[in-house]
Design a protein around this ligand. Structure first.
Ligand code: CTP
Length: 468
């Protein structure tokens, strides 16, 4: 079977290997994605010989348009050309030790190189040699597995996963990302080998986990992580959400299932990784706050508050970034009950103003999360809630237009307070500032300078301060 390779760089490589009498192939993810019609800019080239030498020769031909980086320790080189990233490596044969994911490496043939790869769909290669240019080399029926959407390892799965346990995460990630099924034997091997995930660095694990979070239906990946026993090892707080308890015939919902439903619903609306993480974390404190109150039922008192406090420790352990994105997730977890409370009580202007003030520019994301959070099986109830949310959104727009509290800047600041009353930084400044903020949020005064100035004088007098 001949696969058309359109980019001119493949012809160029082919000419070089012909002149130098080398054998050379495109391999791995680029071939898989080409056959799946998923455009990719990452190309892996394998050559029987030195990948670095081939990359250097190609770089000389291309001249200024290409930029080469050589990684001598790994025997690889990367060439950036147009918008492509082309990685060159010599074909290798690898053998692994039990305690490490770093193999000992020897030079090998194309077949050796294909043998050491993770999945049949990732072991496909296309020839760049002149006589066979474009020919597909498929020793493990990867094309069949691509067509039938199967994740299968080229060797005995116990060997492939034990050699490099990150591949267990990759199998689940590809399954979630591409909608493929993991072959039964392979999944059994993931279960056996799951403890070996402990030798993999957390950075690499989180890379795969984030790809699962970003996949079209993330519950596919999380279900597989749970069933394989990997979830318990890499993200125990999430695993702990499973299950239902019953007391006096009252049961609470399975928070793991519920969270996955919320995540899937949200994934239909947004590719924002952190908003998806907020969905994962929104009820994370339910297991630790769960309490049965006699005659009342199950309660999860303050779970939004406790949950937002749990975010940093989870992010730290998973090695997710601890800056603005974490703060954003914390904020959404903390506020996730507020819009629904607005609906259930009365949608007063001041309650809406307070929510706008606290959520700031993240208000639209918060509303998306809250809408996804409605997972009742009762269609009528869902309709009612969604309709009420429409009213909340409308009210949010009206109040925002009128009062502009989304990015609240006090119309009278601390500097002015200190100058007016001729005082330095002290408790009274905070008291006055807070009184102004509260009055605006409660709708007692408008969000403008005149009224805020008036209130400042009044509060100052009450506190016994003198103005000039
Ligand atoms: N590979 C492997 N085992 C791993 C990682 C990678 O065998 N743990 C091989 C596979 O043949 C893979 C190739 O190296 O196709 C390139 O890996 P990488 O660029 O990490 O992934 P891709 O398969 O290209 O997929 P993606 O770009 O979606 O990560």
């Amino acid at each position: 079977m001949i696969i058309p390779l359109e980019h001119k760089v493949f012809q160029l490589i082919s000419e070089i290997v012909t002149v130098n009498d080398l054998q050379c192939y495109v391999i791995g993810g680029y071939v898989r994605d080409l056959l799946l019609k998923r455009p990719s800019k990452d190309i892996d080239i394998v050559v029987v010989g030195s990948g670095i030498d081939l990359a250097k020769t190609l770089a000389r031909h291309i001249g200024k348009k290409g930029r080469i980086s050589v990684y001598g320790n790994y025997g690889t080189a990367m060439l950036r050309y147009d918008d492509l990233e082309i990685e060159f490596v010599g074909a290798r044969k690898e053998s692994y030790r039990a305690d490490s994911r770093n193999p000992s490496v020897e030079n090998g043939t194309l077949a050796d190189d294909q043998n050491r790869r993770d999945f049949t769909i990732n072991a496909l290669a296309i020839s760049l040699n002149r006589e066979t240019f474009g020919e597909l080399l498929d020793p493990f029926n990867g094309l069949h597995d691509l067509e039938h959407k199967i994740i299968r390892t080229p060797l005995d799965p116990d060997v492939t996963y034990s050699d490099d346990p990150l591949r267990m995460m990759r199998a689940i990630r590809f399954s979630s990302q591409l909608g493929f099924a993991i072959e039964k034997k392979s999944f059994e091997a993931i279960k056996h080998n799951r403890q070996r995930i402990n030798i993999i660095s957390r950075e690499r694990i989180i890379d795969e986990l984030n790809k699962i979070v970003l996949s079209p239906k993330p519950s596919v990946g999380f279900d597989l992580l749970e069933k394989s026993g990997l979830l318990e090892l890499i993200f125990p707080e999430f695993d702990r959400m499973k299950g239902v308890s019953v007391m006096e015939n009252l049961r609470h919902k399975d928070n793991f299932r519920h969270t996955l439903q919320v995540l899937d619903k949200l994934a239909e609306k947004t590719d924002n990784l952190w908003l998806r993480w907020a969905a994962i974390m929104h009820d994370i404190a339910k297991p630790v706050t769960r309490k049965y109150v006699k005659g009342h039922g199950w309660t999860f008192y303050a779970h939004e508050f406790v949950g937002s406090k749990m975010v940093p420790e989870v992010f730290r352990r998973l090695q997710l970034p601890l800056g603005a994105s974490m703060k954003y997730v914390q904020k959404l977890v903390l506020l996730h009950l507020r819009p629904i409370a607005l609906v259930e009580e009365e949608v007063t202007d001041s309650a809406v103003r307070r929510l706008l003030f606290e959520a700031g520019d993240d208000i639209d994301d918060l509303m998306l999360l809250c809408e996804a959070d409605i997972t009742s099986k009762n269609d009528e109830k869902v309709k009612l809630y969604l309709n009420n949310f429409k009213l909340v959104r409308q009210k949010l727009r009206e109040i925002e237009e009128k009062d502009a509290v989304r990015n609240f800047q006090p119309p009278v600041d601390g500097e002015l307070i200190m100058k007016t009353f001729n005082i330095g930084p002290c408790r009274e400044v905070g008291v006055i500032k807070n009184a102004i903020k509260e009055a605006i949020l409660e709708g007692i005064i408008q969000n403008d300078y005149e009224q805020a100035y008036g209130l400042m004088l009044e509060k100052g007098r009450e506190l016994g301060l003198k103005s000039d």
